[in-house]
Structures are given as structure tokens and as C-alpha cells.
Ligand binder design. Structure first.
Ligand SMILES: Cc1cc2nc3c(=O)[nH]c(=O)nc-3n(C[C@H](O)[C@H](O)[C@H](O)COP(=O)(O)OP(=O)(O)OC[C@H]3O[C@@H](n4cnc5c(N)ncnc54)[C@H](O)[C@@H]3O)c2cc1C
Length: 619
């Protein structure tokens, strides 16, 4: 069936059971709901849907600042991934100038649309190693470990069986998000696995089961029936009960709190940007993401006194961890010019006739380049990458210094555990670097490239995100402290050096004619090139857009913000459910963990509610 038509049908069917397809519900419908979820993103869509199904008697309101965009091609077509960055669907945040990275300002894209960042992301679908989730329990969160997280993460997905994935480890079969190992595999990617095997990296065709080390195919969140992105809005929300209302295009300004006792506040509801107050009879959930959940707490008077004072906000709850503990993966990459007998994804940028034909194929459900998302990955520890792991560990110890932070200590532990990946490399067809695709009229315009994107899995830099004004529309101050210590710089150097090593290993070495970025002129291939690599790292390292940790699930006296039930300390019924609660960043890409957090949160909330009510509604 024509994908666009089928998708329209899915959207319409969805609209018959919930209010999702009509973007903005009638604001006057109610002035009070049992549950209010703030932020209809990745976690917010999932938690609101599960609450609606688990508590069919309850009324649930999901409030999302961005629009509903179920029919948006730039979101739906896998091969258009990245085209929404910088658009109306993106909050377009930026960091402060990063001294560790030559004072560069990094962009911090975040979804501003129903589905949130799950609508913008690059659709990599994977998981970290089991001990990394166990670490959350070790950090003071009983019940948050690999067994509970894999059970929750499996509830999220329906994986399309594939010859490229053996067995069933780590795979979900009946969840709302559809995943598939992409059917479009460029010819040049065929060299990926043999090349990594040649470097001693074993094949791992069960990488979602708790051991991601090796070289593999990995899935994307794509509905294989229609080759459409599967995400929070079209995945979860279309399964919700009719007790869920979705208010899109509406921004929450603050959470309203009422003193319950000397030590405790109750969330009574939310105030919208236009001043409208909506009451919550049971609970308020903040799912505004790692960049904005802390700000919403701060705007509501929850946070560090000095931050609130500086913004002119009266403190209601003293919680110094709000907005701290910001962690992110850093990425760096190299690109190579393919021999002319290969066709790369770049053709879609310079050959409009070809691109139109590929788009037509996508729309008629046939194999198309617009199906494309990456599927070639490798994860390894530093020793497997041939790096000096003891030097990196010693630099890590220096970076952590005398810090007593349990998060820093845990990260050091990660570096000493060979079962935990430290480096990821993605085979990415087409050019995706920093220098830019060759401009029209230059000799390389019209050539094809491939890129090897490396990501450092456990950088030690931690930073913060805070509001600095009581005005909701002033963007937060985001300071991830990228490359602020020698460990992270050297890790990025090792990572990028390894990508060049991969490209120069057979059979991959036979595919290309020249290294385009950085290129031998910028970083010589022989001799001592350490200074040039370092410079390349400082000039081109980017984020891979996985900020977590800013409302951390940690003990209160260790800069924690939420309890293991995700309740904000000092409150009785205000929870945070999104990427910000992860206490320590895990390897791989984080969306599966974010959805898993939402699944677990919903189960906890439903259980709590049923226990409290004992059959009757709580008032
Ligand atoms: C460009 C990009 C590429 C990525 N690629 C991948 C990938 O390939 N694989 C992967 O696993 N992960 C990837 N990630 C990361 C992953 O998508 C995110 O970590 C995850 O989606 C975050 O989910 P969340 O629920 O915490 O926040 P979000 O999904 O960002 O949801 C927050 C929502 O809250 C809304 N909101 C904020 N403030 C308010 C307010 N005051 N009132 C109402 N609504 C509000 C926002 O508009 C947004 O919809 C990527 C992220 C980005 C941005």
C-alpha cells in the first residue's frame, strides 16, 4: 500500500479513539484532570498512553508545547532524518561557549512537536550493556536494573524479524514502537562487518540483549509495513484510551504547589503560558526532557537557592541537584570519497531527478533510498580498539580527582569493566561531517562519500542547565563542559584515530579514493600527528544529542532530584519522567532507555494509585 495513504489511515484510525489527530483539544473541555503530563515527547507520550490504559477511570491531560505533525514528511520519511533540525519543530537551543572546545557554541536540538525528540532523532535503536543499567540500582535506586529495564524496554517495541538479527535476546514483539533493521543497505556497507572482523572485532547479531560489544547490524525505529518513522506520537498515542486528551501547541509555565506539611508540597496543577490554571486531582508528571524539565522545576520554585534568587524566583523547595549532573555523549567523525562506481546517499542532494524518483518509490512502498537509516555499528572497549586503556584510565582518575560524587566514581568503574563499551563507531552512508559537502561548482561536487561517526560512550565531563530568568521564553543556560578534561580529549582522539584505521583496513580500504575529512593535509597519515589530531578534535567534536541526568534519580544528599519512584523530593505527587532522571549516562543511544523509563514509571504510578485508592477514587 502507498505509505502516505496507509499512514493517513493510521492517523485517522488513531483519531477515532483519542484526540491526537485533532492537534489542539478544546481548552474549555475541563479545568481539572486526574493526571497532567507536561511535555508530549518521547517519555511523555509513552507515560500518558500507559496511564490512560492502566487507569481507565482516570482523566489524563497531556500538554505539549509544539504542534502535532503526524503528516510531516520531514519527520516521517527515514531518509529525511536531520531535515527538521533548525526548523519550527526544534527548540534550537545552544550551549554556552565551551572553553574546552576552543570556545565553540554547540547546537542543542530538541523536539518541539508532539513526539518530542523522538520525532527528530536519527532513529538508531539500541541498548547499553547490562551492568550500565545495574549501576542505577547501585546508585541508590532499588528496582532500576537490567532485568527491570529490559522488561520495560521490551514492552516498547515490535521488532520485525531479520536475517541480520539472530535469536530473540533483548527483542520486544508487541509494543507500540515498530523497529526494523533497515532494508536499504548500501553496497559500500557490505564491507563493514568483514573489515571490523579483520580488526579482531567479533560479530554480534544479538546486540540488544545486554551485551552490545562487537560489530553488528542494528535496527531503526521504522514501521516496516510503511517505511515510516515510528515514534511517540504515531506509536504510543494512537494506542491510548479515550480518557487521554492531548493539548498541543500549549506551553506550561509552571507547576502549582501547595504546602501540605512542614516538609512536603503537593502539586495542585499547572499554569499555562497564557495564565490559564488547570488542576490535577492526583498527580503532575513533568516530561519536558533533560534541557527543560529542570527549568520547569526552577520556575516553580524548586531548586538551588542561588539559582532561584538570581532569576528572581521564591524558593519553595531547596533542591540543589536540579539542573546539575548534565551528561552527554560526544561524537567525532571522518569522511571518505567513494570510488565512482559506488552510489552514495549524497546523490539525493545533487541529483534532483534521481531524488524525485526515489521519493516516488518511497511513496509507493517500493525499495527507495529514502528508506535509509544507518544499520552498521560497532561497540568496543578501549583495549579492543587498540588504545592505551591504562593511560585513559589514569587520565580519568586525574579528571575525577578527589570528587566524591557517586556518579564520577561509577564512571570510573565503567572504564575498568571490559564488558562495558567505551567507543561506538557508526557506518553512515553519505557525507555528514563538519567541513560541509563540497559546494556546487567545486571539483568534488557530485561525488559520493561515506562517514565513520565515532562516539565516546563515557566522557567524564558533567555540566548543568539552569534558567537565568523568570521569563519562560528566555532559553536556559546550557553548559555541558564538553572536552573539559584531558581524558575526554584523549578519548575523542583515540576514537577518531580508530575511524581512520577502520577505513584503511581491507576490504573497506578498497572502496575509496581519498580521505575528505580531515584529510591528509590536515592530519598527516604518517609520522607524529598527535598535535593535528588534537586540533581536529577540539575543532570538530560535536554532541550526539544524548543529554541526560539533570533531574537525577539519586539520593537527595547526593544532588538527587527524584526518588526511585521518580517523585520530586519534597513533594508528594510531582514526578519527573524523561531522560533527565538517568543518574549516569549509558552507552549507545538513549531513546530505548527513555521509553523504558516511561514504561516503568507508568507501572509504578498505576500501582501506587491502585494501592492508594483501594477501589475508590482518591480525592
Ligand atoms: C537530533 C537528535 C538525534 C538523536 N538521535 C538519536 C538516535 O538516533 N537514537 C536514540 O536512541 N536517541 C537519539 N536522540 C536522543 C533521544 O531522541 C532523546 O534522548 C529522547 O527522545 C529524549 O526524550 P525525552 O522524553 O526526555 O524528551 P523529548 O522527547 O525531547 O520530550 C520533551 C517534550 O517536552 C515538550 N516541552 C518542553 N517544555 C514544555 C513546556 N513547558 N510545556 C509543554 N511542553 C513542553 C517538548 O516540546 C518536547 O516535546 C537524538 C536526539 C536528537 C535531538
Amino acid at each position: 500500500m502507498v505509505p502516505a495513504l496507509l499512514f493517513a489511515l493510521v492517523a485517522v484510525l488513531g483519531s477515532s479513539c483519542i484526540a491526537v489527530a485533532s492537534p489542539v483539544v478544546d481548552r474549555a473541555a475541563n479545568t481539572a484532570y486526574d493526571y497532567i503530563v507536561v511535555g508530549g515527547g518521547t517519555a511523555g507520550s509513552a507515560v500518558a498512553t500507559r496511564l490512560s490504559l492502566g487507569l481507565p477511570w482516570a482523566s489524563i491531560l497531556l500538554i505539549e508545547a509544539g504542534p502535532s505533525a503526524l503528516g510531516e514528511d520531514r519527520i516521517n520519511i527515514p531518509g529525511r532524518k536531520g531535515s527538521t533540525l533548525g526548523t519550527v519543530y526544534d527548540w534550537n537551543f545552544t550551549t554556552t561557549a565551551q572553553p574546552g572546545a576552543k570556545n565553540r557554541v554547540f547546537s542543542v536540538p530538541r523536539g518541539k512537536v508532539l513526539g518530542g525528540s523522538s520525532a527528530l532523532n536519527l532513529m538508531t535503536w539500541d541498548r547499553a550493556s547490562a551492568p550500565e543499567y545495574d549501576a542505577w540500582a547501585d546508585l541508590g535506586n532499588p528496582g532500576w536494573d537490567w532485568p527491570s529495564m529490559i522488561a520495560a524496554m521490551k514492552k516498547v517495541e515490535t521488532f520485525t524479524p531479520s536475517a541480520h538479527y539472530h535469536g530473540s535476546a533483548g527483542i520486544g514483539t508487541s509494543g507500540p514502537i515498530k523497529t526494523v533493521i533497515n532494508r536499504f543497505i548500501p553496497a559500500q556497507q557490505e564491507s563493514w562487518i568483514p573489515t571490523l572482523n579483520g580488526l579482531g572485532v567479533p560479530l554480534n547479531l544479538e546486540s540488544l540483549g545486554g551485551n552490545p560489544l562487537g560489530v553488528m547490524y542494528q535496527p531503526s525505529n521504522i514501521d516496516s509495513a510503511i517505511y515510516n518513522r515510528s515514534y511517540g506520537a504515531n506509536g504510543y498515542l494512537t494506542h491510548a484510551g479515550s480518557n487521554l486528551r492531548v493539548m498541543a501547541g500549549t506551553r506550561v509555565a509552571k507547576i502549582n504547589l501547595k504546602k501540605q506539611s512542614k516538609k512536603s508540597q503537593v502539586a495542585t496543577g499547572v499554569t499555562l503560558q497564557d495564565g490559564t490554571v488547570i488542576q490535577a486531582r492526583e498527580e503532575v508528571v513533568i516530561s519536558a526532557g533533560s534541557i527543560q524539565s529542570p527549568g520547569l522545576l526552577e520556575l516553580s520554585g524548586i531548586g538551588r537557592r542561588s539559582t532561584l534568587d538570581a532569576a528572581g524566583i521564591s524558593q519553595v523547595i531547596d533542591l540543589p541537584g536540579v539542573g546539575e549532573n548534565l551528561q552527554d555523549h560526544i561524537r567525532i567523525q571522518t569522511s571518505f570519497q567513494l570510488k565512482d562506481n559506488f552510489t552514495s546517499f549524497d546523490i539525493l542532494r545533487y541529483n534532483t531527478t534521481f531524488a524525485d524518483e526515489q521519493l516516488r518509490l518511497w511513496r509507493t512502498g517500493e525499495l527507495s533510498m529514502y528508506d535509509y537509516t544507518g544499520s552498521g555499528y560497532t561497540f568496543m572497549n578501549w583495549a579492543a580498539a587498540g588504545s592505551n586503556s591504562s593511560l585513559l584510565l589514569s587520565l580519568a582518575r586525574q579528571a575525577v580527582g578527589t570528587s566524591t560524587s557517586p556518579v564520577d566514581r561509577k564512571k570510573l568503574g565503567f572504564l575498568s569493566n571490559p564488558a562495558i563499551p567505551q567507543l561506538e563507531v557508526i557506518f553512515s552512508d553519505g557525507y555528514t561531517g563538519v567541513k560541509g559537502y563540497p559546494a556546487p561548482g567545486t571539483p568534488l561536487y557530485g561525488k559520493g562519500f561515506f562517514s565513520l561517526i565515532a562516539a565516546v560512550m563515557h566522557p567524564l565531563s558533567r555540566g548543568s542547565v539552569h534558567i537565568h530568568s523568570s521569563n519562560l521564553t528566555v532559553p536556559p543556560t546550557i553548559n555541558p563542559n564538553y572536552l573539559s578534561n584531558e581524558h575526554d580529549i584523549q578519548a575523542a582522539v583515540e576514537a577518531v584515530k580508530y575511524t581512520r584505521k577502520i577505513a584503511n583496513t581491507a576490504p573497506m580500504s578498497s572502496l575509496w579514493t581519498a580521505e575528505y575529512e580531515p584529510g591528509a593535509a590536515a592530519v598527516p597519515e604518517t609520522g607524529n600527528n598527535d598535535a593535528q589530531w588534537r586540533d581536529f578534535v577540539l575543532n570538530t567534536t560535536l554532541s550526539i544529542f544524548h543529554p541526560v541526568g539533570t533531574c537525577a534519580m539519586l539520593p537527595r544528599d547526593q544532588e538527587g532530584v527524584v526518588s526511585p519512584s521518580l517523585v520530586v523530593f519534597g513533594t508528594e505527587n510531582l514526578r519527573v519522567v524523561d531522560a533527565s532522571v538517568m543518574p549516569v549516562l549509558v552507552s549507545g543511544h538513549v531513546q530505548t532507555a527513555v521509553y523504558g523509563i516511561a514504561e516503568r514509571a507508568a507501572s509504578i504510578m498505576v500501582e501506587d494509585c491502585n494501592r492508594r485508592r483501594g477501589g475508590g477514587r482518591l480525592v
